[in-house]
Write a protein that binds this ligand. Structure first.
Ligand SMILES: Cc1cc2nc3c(=O)[nH]c(=O)nc-3n(C[C@H](O)[C@H](O)[C@H](O)COP(=O)(O)OP(=O)(O)OC[C@H]3O[C@@H](n4cnc5c(N)ncnc54)[C@H](O)[C@@H]3O)c2cc1C
Ligand code: FES
Length: 558
C-alpha cells in the first residue's frame, strides 16, 4: 500500500482489529440470545438476535477486509470504494483488485461470507419453523386435555389406536362460574406457554457424570459453597441458564440418595460451577457434603434441570429470596451484571440474622459497581449485632419501599415455604399479577388428593423417604416388581414405593425434572406440579411418581 504512511497503516490496523473484536463479541452474544429465544419460542427475540449476529458479521467482515487490503497492498481509495460497493450491494468494477478470481467478479472471501450468512439465516428459519409446528401441536393437545386435571387412566394396549383418549369432563363446566369470572380465564395460548417452555426443558436429556470438587468456601456457619470442575480440566461438560439446578447423587448406607442444588455461579463462568448448600441438622446429603466431601473428591452430578431461569429477556427483574433460596437469584444477579444487563435489578433478601446473610460481601461489592443493582436486606433477628438495616420478615411495606412500581415488573421468588406464602400474599396486595411471579420451592411439594381433608399441620419437615404414620385408604400395585403397598391420600406414589422397597428413579421430588416418570396402568391420580411432564406423555398415561396421589387403587409400571 504505497500511499499509506506507517502511522496511517497502524491506525487502520487498530480500527480493523477493534471491529473484529466487536464483531466476534456481537456474534457470540447474538448466538446466545438466539439459542435462548428459540428455546422459549420468542419470535421477536429471534429476529433481534439474528439482527445482532448479522451486525457482528458485518463488523467482522469489514475488519478482516481492511486487514486483508493492507496485506495485499490495496490503495486506500480502492479500499473505501470496495467497502461502499459491498455495503450498497453493487457489483465490483472490473479493475477491482479485491475480486481475486471468484465468480461474478466477487472475491472468494466475500462469496464464502455471503454463503455462510445465507446458510445461517436459512438454518435459523427452518429451526424456528419446526419449533412453531411443535408448539402448535402442543397447543392443540393441551386444549384437548386441561393441565392440572386428573391424568388419564391406562395407556392404550398394544394394537389399540394410539390417539389420546378424550379427557374426562371437569365436574364444573363454564356455566358453574359466575359470569363475571368467565371473562377472566386466560387465553389458551397464554396459559399454555409456560408448559411449552417446560416441555422443551424436560425433553432435553441432562448430562450425567462425575465432577471434581476444586474448592470449598464457607459462606456462613451453616452454609458452604462447593466449586465443581471437569476432572480432566477444561470447561464444564454442559451449558446451563441462570436458575438451573443440578442433582447430586451419593451412595449412602448401600442406597443411592439424590438431592437437587441450584447452580449459584453464572453461566458466563465456563471453567466451573458452584453449588451453595445449607447443612440440615438431620439431612442426609447436605450433611454428607458438609462433613465428608473434601477438595479433590468426585461427586456424581446430573445437569442442567429446571425452568426457573432468567436471562435478561424482560426490561427489569425483582429477585426475592429467603435463606438459602438466594442461590438461583445469585446466579441471575452474577450473570446479569457480568453481561452488563442495562435494566433495573431489585434484589430483596431475608435472613434469620446478619451472621446468616449468604453472599453479603459479594452483593455489597456488586451493588457498588453496578448502579442498576439495588440490594435490600432484612434480618429476622438483629439484636446485639452491628446490623443497621431493616429488621423483621420480608413484608408488604418492605417490598413497596424497596421496589418502585412493582406491579409492572417480573418477580422471581424462592425461599422457605412459609416465607414464600407470606411474600405471595404481599405481592397480591401490591397488585402484582400472578403470572408475573415465578417461584421455585426447595422442598417436596405438599398437596391433598381431592375429596380428602387437609392434613393436620406438622411441626418440622418430614424426612424425605422416611415414613410417618398415615391412614392408607387405597393400594398401589407395582407390576414390574410384583409388590403391592398401602397408599394414603396425602402420600405420593414415590413415597409408597420407597416404603416397600420398589425403586423408582427421582431427582427434584417437586415435579420439575421428570426423573420419576412412570406409566399408570390402572386408576387415576392428581398431580400438584406437572412441569416435568410434557402434555403428550401425560396423554399417553405417564405420571410423575413424586407428585401422583390418589384416593383409589392404582397399578403402576415399576
Ligand atoms: C430445585 C431445587 C433446588 C434446590 N437448591 C438448593 C440449594 O441451592 N441449596 C440448598 O442448600 N438446598 C437446595 N435444595 C434443597 C436440597 O435439595 C435438599 O432438599 C436439602 O439439602 C436437604 O437435603 P438432605 O438430604 O440434607 O436432607 P433430608 O435427609 O432430605 O432431610 C430433609 C429435612 O428433614 C430433616 N430430617 C431428616 N431426618 C430427620 C429426623 N430423623 N428427625 C428430624 N428431622 C429430620 C432434615 O433436617 C431436613 O431438614 C433445593 C431443592 C430443590 C428441589
Ligand atoms: S423427581 Fe423430579 S419430577 Fe419427580
Amino acid at each position: 500500500m504505497p500511499a499509506l504512511t506507517a502511522e496511517a497503516r497502524r491506525v487502520i490496523e487498530a480500527e480493523a482489529e477493534r471491529r473484529i473484536g466487536w464483531g466476534s463479541q456481537a456474534i457470540t452474544s447474538g448466538q446466545a440470545r438466539l439459542h435462548h429465544a428459540l428455546a422459549t419460542n420468542d419470535t421477536a427475540a429471534v429476529q433481534q438476535a439474528t439482527a445482532g449476529v448479522r451486525e457482528g458479521l458485518l463488523l467482522l467482515e469489514s475488519g478482516t477486509a481492511a486487514l486483508r487490503a493492507i496485506e495485499v497492498g490495496t490503495a486506500p481509495r480502492q479500499l473505501a470504494m470496495t467497502w461502499f460497493r459491498d455495503q450498497l450491494g453493487l457489483p465490483p468494477t472490473e479493475a477491482s483488485p479485491t475480486a481475486d478470481g471468484g465468480p461474478w467478479g466477487l472475491s472468494w472471501y466475500h462469496l464464502t461470507s455471503m454463503i455462510f450468512l445465507v446458510a445461517f439465516l436459512v438454518g435459523t428459519l427452518l429451526i424456528q419453523h419446526a419449533r412453531m409446528r411443535r408448539v402448535s401441536a402442543l397447543v392443540e393437545r393441551l386444549s384437548a386435555a386441561p393441565a392440572g386435571g386428573p391424568a388419564p387412566g391406562p395407556a392404550p394396549a398394544p394394537g389399540e389406536p394410539s390417539e389420546p383418549r378424550p379427557p374426562a369432563l371437569p365436574t364444573g363446566g363454564p356455566s358453574d362460574f359466575p359470569a363475571s369470572l368467565v371473562g377472566t380465564v386466560p387465553a389458551p395460548l397464554a396459559s399454555t406457554a409456560p408448559s411449552a417452555a417446560a416441555a422443551t426443558a424436560a425433553a432435553r436429556r441432562p448430562w450425567s457424570g462425575k465432577l471434581r470438587v476444586a474448592a470449598i468456601f464457607r459462606e456462613t456457619p451453616t452454609v458452604k459453597t462447593f466449586r465443581l470442575v471437569e476432572p480432566g480440566g477444561g470447561d464444564v461438560p454442559f451449558t446451563f441458564m441462570p436458575g438451573h439446578f443440578l442433582t447430586v447423587s451419593a451412595e449412602l448406607d448401600g442406597k443411592t440418595a439424590r438431592r437437587s442444588y441450584t447452580i449459584a455461579s453464572s453461566p458466563t463462568q465456563r471453567s466451573h460451577v458452584e453449588v451453595t448448600v445449607k447443612r440440615e441438622e438431620q439431612g442426609l446429603i447436605s450433611r454428607h457434603l458438609h462433613d465428608r466431601v473434601a477438595v479433590g473428591e468426585s461427586v456424581e452430578v446430573s445437569a442442567p434441570l429446571g425452568v426457573f431461569t432468567f436471562m435478561g429477556e424482560e426490561a427489569s427483574i425483582v429477585l426475592i429470596a429467603g435463606g438459602v433460596g438466594i442461590t438461583p437469584m445469585m446466579s441471575v444477579a452474577r450473570y446479569l451484571t457480568d453481561r452488563s444487563y442495562p435494566c433495573e435489578i431489585f434484589f430483596l433478601y431475608g435472613a434469620r440474622s446478619p451472621e446468616e446473610f449468604v453472599f453479603r460481601e459479594e452483593l455489597e461489592y456488586l451493588q457498588k459497581r453496578h448502579a442498576n443493582l439495588h440490594v435490600a436486606a432484612t434480618m429476622s433477628r438483629a439484636e446485639g449485632t452491628a446490623w443497621m438495616g431493616a429488621t423483621g420478615p420480608i413484608s408488604k411495606e418492605f417490598i413497596a419501599r424497596s421496589v418502585p412500581e412493582i406491579a409492572r415488573r417480573r418477580v422471581h421468588l424462592c425461599g422457605p415455604p412459609p416465607m414464600m406464602e407470606a411474600v405471595r400474599a404481599a405481592l397480591a396486595e401490591l397488585g402484582v399479577p400472578k403470572d408475573q411471579i415465578k417461584t421455585e420451592a426447595f422442598g417436596p411439594a405438599r398437596g391433598v388428593a381431592p375429596g380428602t381433608a387437609a392434613p393436620l399441620p406438622s411441626c418440622g419437615l418430614a424426612p424425605v423417604g422416611k415414613t410417618i404414620p398415615r391412614i392408607a385408604t387405597a393400594e398401589v400395585r407395582f407390576t414390574k416388581s410384583g409388590k403391592t403397598g398401602a397408599l394414603a391420600p396425602d402420600q405420593t406414589v414415590l413415597e409408597a414405593a420407597e416404603v416397600i422397597g420398589v425403586e423408582i428413579d427421582y431427582s427434584c421430588r417437586v415435579g420439575i425434572c421428570g426423573a420419576c416418570k412412570v406409566r399408570l396402568l390402572e386408576g387415576a391420580v392428581t398431580m400438584e406440579v406437572e412441569e416435568g411432564l410434557p402434555p403428550e406423555e401425560k396423554a399417553r398415561g405417564v405420571i410423575l411418581a413424586c407428585q401422583a396421589k390418589s384416593v383409589g387403587n392404582l397399578a403402576v409400571e415399576a
